[in-house]
Design a protein around this ligand. Structure first.
Ligand code: AQP
Length: 332
């Protein structure tokens, strides 16, 4: 069975983008893979997080994942900072990766924006830590949103250079698993920008704990254009907001753009938005309810995470110890 690793940052309440681009796929992959699901708090602090809020968000993220169907018994769910191997291997990879490689990462450019000089070194080195997350487990498949493709290519470059420099065949090649028509869910306020949990505007996203009224209001207010929906998928090409809403509908009903337009093409946005809001409420309300139920017993959520961290460390520690030996660290 192939081993899968994937992570999600506890940098806020998970969004519909995280759900459709990642979490929902994680649950499907559990059927035929050995999975490690990680709440990546080391990644989250690459941008300042209030310490109290971070603790709470980490637990909430774990609860949402459990509510979505992540299975912590047959697979492993844990917090990144609770397994030291991630940071240990990341340091080695900081010394393998080249500045030129990191300079090409578009996510850093997007996140650092114009104020690049003021971004943390951690934000810049983020892809090296992500490579360590995966290689510390010899995982070979990584389900991610479309936006993470470039980071996975870098993780492979790091593995190849490590293997080449130390004359070994130790770290494995990894492949992205990108699934479904809504691989990239866009902001409800700007169809050219990714939906993000840390976007300053709450109206830009659907949070997985939004109630029915909030979901309906956000969809009603979602930016669109004055034209009715096209009847053919090609008609979405220059219409990012329409394309985004159709993509969300398609993902929620397991169809594609053409399938949605066969039903809703030619209609105005009013009725389409109301059908989309109903669909979202139907799919997301049970997740919000179950999350609330789990968070009523925070100790139980923490126990799941502790158990996960022990089992994760049992896999990663020997792999990272071997990487340290290959590098030449003396175990004195
Ligand atoms: N809008 C999105 N559409 C599809 N997939 C998405 N993912 C995130 N946003 C979208 C996928 O969710 C997984 C976890 O992401 P993350 O939390 O580790 O980091 P992120 O990609 O930076 O997500 P956010 O929501 O934008 O977080 P912030 O605002 O903190 O930066 C990944 O697989 C990602 O592709």
């Amino acid at each position: 069975m192939q081993r899968i690793f994937s992570g999600i940052q506890p940098s806020g309440i998970p969004t519909l983008g995280n759900y459709l681009g990642a979490i929902r796929n994680w649950v499907k992959l559990q059927d035929d893979h050995e999975c490690l699901w990680c709440v990546v708090d080391l990644h989250a602090i690459t941008v300042f997080q209030d310490p109290k809020a971070l603790q709470q968000q980490s637990r909430e993220m774990a609860a949402v994942l459990l509510a979505c169907g992540v299975d912590p018994h047959n697979h492993i769910l844990f917090l990144q900072s609770n397994v030291r191997a991630h940071a240990q291997l990341a340091w080695i990879f900081n010394c393998v990766a080249r500045l030129g490689w990191l300079n090409r990462m578009t996510q850093f450019k997007d996140k650092a924006g114009k104020d690049r000089e003021n971004a943390s070194v951690g934000l810049y080195a983020y892809p090296n830590l992500m490579a360590a997350d995966i290689h510390a487990y010899h995982a070979t498949r990584v389900p991610v949103g479309d936006d993470q493709r470039q980071h996975l290519e870098l993780a492979n470059d790091i593995a190849q250079k490590f293997n080449h420099d130390y004359g070994v065949d130790f770290f494995k090649n990894i492949e992205p698993v990108i699934m479904g028509p809504a691989a990239r869910v866009m902001s409800l306020r700007d169809g050219t920008k990714k939906m993000s949990k840390s976007d300053p505007s709450d109206q830009s996203r659907i949070n997985l704990n939004d109630d029915a009224d909030t979901i309906a209001l956000k969809i009603r207010r979602a930016k669109t254009d004055p034209e009715p929906l096209p009847t053919e998928a090609e008609g979405l090409a220059q219409r990012p907001e329409a394309r985004n809403l159709v993509g969300i509908y398609a993902a929620l009903t397991d169809t594609d753009h053409a399938g949605v337009l066969a039903e809703h093409g030619g209609k105005n946005f009013g009725p389409f938005k109301s059908a989309l809001a109903d669909l979202l409420v139907e799919k997301l309300a049970p997740i919000a309810d179950e999350t609330r139920r789990l968070l009523a017993d925070p100790g139980a959520v923490d126990a799941v995470l502790r158990n996960g961290a022990e089992r994760a460390a049992a896999i990663a520690d020997p792999i990272v110890a071997e990487a340290e030996r290959l590098v030449g660290f003396l175990r004195a």
